[in-house]
Structure formats: C-alpha cells, structure tokens
Design a protein around this ligand. Structure first.
Ligand SMILES: [Zn+2]
Ligand SMILES: [Zn+2]
Length: 294
C-alpha cells in the first residue's frame, strides 16, 4: 500500500510537471501573438528563464518525496492544526479550511523571503526579471526551490493535510502562479471584482515593480485576502509599473543565466530594504501606494 501510494504520488508529480509545461507553453505562444516585442526578443528573454527548469526539477522532485512522507505521517497520526477545526470531518469544511490554511502559510513564506535579508538574496532572482511574462513563473534560484520546498514540509507538518488535498492545492497554486505572471491583465473593472478574493496578473505585476514599497505588496499566492487583512495590498497603474528590482537593473546581468545564478553570492547594497546606506534613495512611504484607475 505504501509503495502504491508512493508511486501514485510520484506519478502525480510528473503529471503535474507535464501539465504545468503544457500550460506555460500554450500561454507563451498566446502572449507572443499579442506581444509588441518581436519573437526574437521574447525568445531570448524566455530562454534564460526556461533554463531554471533544469535546476529546479531535480531539487523539487527529490524534496517532494519528503513532503509526501510527512503528509503520510501527519495523516496516520491525525497530526496538525486541521484536527482542531470543528466539523473538519465534513469534506467541504476540510477542503476549504485546509486550502485557506495552506494559502496563508504561502503568504507568510513570501513575506519571510522579502523581509529576511539572507533569504531575499535568493528570492530577488525572481524579481530581477526586467520583463514579466509567463516564463517569469519558473525564474527561481535553485536555492529558493530548496528553501520553498523545505518550508512546504514545515507547513504540511503544522497544518496536517492529506495527500489528496495537498495535490489539489498545489495544482491550483501552480495554475494561479502561471496566470499571475502572464502579460494578460484583466480590464480594470473585472480586476476590481476578481482581486477582492484572488491574486490577478494586475496585482502580481505591482509586486514586480522595481521599487519599494510596491515590491513589498501583494504577497498573496492564490488568495488576495491576506494582503487586504495585513495591509500589504497595493495597486499601481500599468504605465507606471516598471519591472525589475532597483539593485539589479543591469540588462547584461539579468539576461545571462550564469550571472543570475551568482547574484545571491555577490555583495550588493540594498539601502531601501535594510537601511544599509542612506545614499542610494529615500524609502517611499506606504501612503504613496496608488489606486489603479486605468
Ligand atoms: Zn516576491
Ligand atoms: Zn512573481
């Protein structure tokens, strides 16, 4: 039974990878049709990001084995916060509460990656993309892949999800992340409604603006409610949004895979974020966050 479950989980993982690749590729072609950039520019940009698949996949697949093992353990031992929730034996209650719990955990993870200097060095690789499109979804430093999956083990241990709900949650999360990075922004009116609950491309694009405080906005993974509750929600008009991260705006640096891999291990000053220097800029106040009117 254990082997069967293990095989099933591995199989699910590979199925997800194939689905994930299929969706990204389809959206990439869709973006290319409507994109103002030439195919050459888009191809060059995507090639760098695509190479991160080869560093992420082995780490992700290896560490997911431990996630699955922990998942099995918490289920057998009725361990985790879910067991303290009234009516958690009801399937609807179980799935909805677990989804929200895990989504909140991912929100905490994302805030942590921004606020802890040692972790930000790895996460900023994702932010260093000077153009955000569907390929940016996979732009993740291999060390962050390991950190993210290790955090996931911790969240699974804390919350106690069964393998079924975890797979469902991860699938939903993957698609949500892909959509959030596409160039296809929602019309303002639609966005106002959808973003009441969900992270939209419009919201995630704000997160990819090169300067604070916008970079530290809209941390949400699937749901936007945590940003609204904890005051990290922000919006910025499309024509005012500049992708990238202020400490690493050099196109030569960001456009070469090996250079990007080295970023976390190189010294750089980030005065706005950690106040290491007063010279390179004055932090913007949260009040400057603008409502989107476009
Ligand atoms: Zn981020
Ligand atoms: Zn992103």
């Amino acid at each position: 039974m254990q082997e069967l479950r293990s095989f099933f989980s591995q199989h699910e993982d590979l199925t997800q990878v194939i689905l994930y690749a299929g969706v990204i590729t389809s959206l990439w072609f869709a973006e290319m049709i409507v994109s103002l950039d030439g195919i050459k520019t888009k191809w060059k940009h995507s090639t760098v990001n695509t190479l991160f698949i080869f560093t992420a996949l082995p780490i992700q697949l290896l560490l997911t084995t431990f996630v699955v093992l922990i998942c099995g353990w918490v289920t057998v031992h009725h361990w985790g916060l879910i067991n303290f929730i009234p009516y958690h034996h009801n399937l609807w209650v179980y799935y909805i509460v677990m989804f929200m719990m895990m989504d909140f955990c991912e929100y905490v993870y994302h805030v942590t990656m921004h606020k802890v200097e040692a972790l930000w060095k790895f996460h900023l690789v994702h932010h260093s993309d000077l153009k955000v499109d569907v390929s940016t979804t996979i732009r993740e430093h291999p060390c962050e892949t390991a950190i993210r999956t290790t955090f996931l083990m911790f969240w699974v241990f804390i919350c106690g999800p069964a393998i079924g709900v975890l797979i469902l949650r991860q699938t939903f999360q993957s698609f949500s992340n892909i959509v959030a990075h596409t160039e296809f922004r929602l019309p303002s009116r639609v966005n106002k409604i959808v973003s009441l609950l969900f992270i939209t491309p419009n919201l995630h694009h704000v997160h990819h603006h090169y300067q604070l405080p916008y970079t530290d906005c809209n941390y949400g993974d699937v749901l936007s409610i945590w940003d609204r509750i904890f005051g990290t929600y922000g919006s910025l008009e499309k024509d005012k949004t500049v992708f990238g991260i202020d400490t690493h705006m050099d196109e030569n640096l960001n456009g070469k895979f090996v250079n990007v891999l080295k970023i976390p291990f190189q010294k750089f000053d980030h005065p706005q974020r950690y106040g290491t220097s007063q010279e390179n800029g004055i932090p913007m106040e949260k009040e400057t966050l603008q409502e989107e009117h476009a």
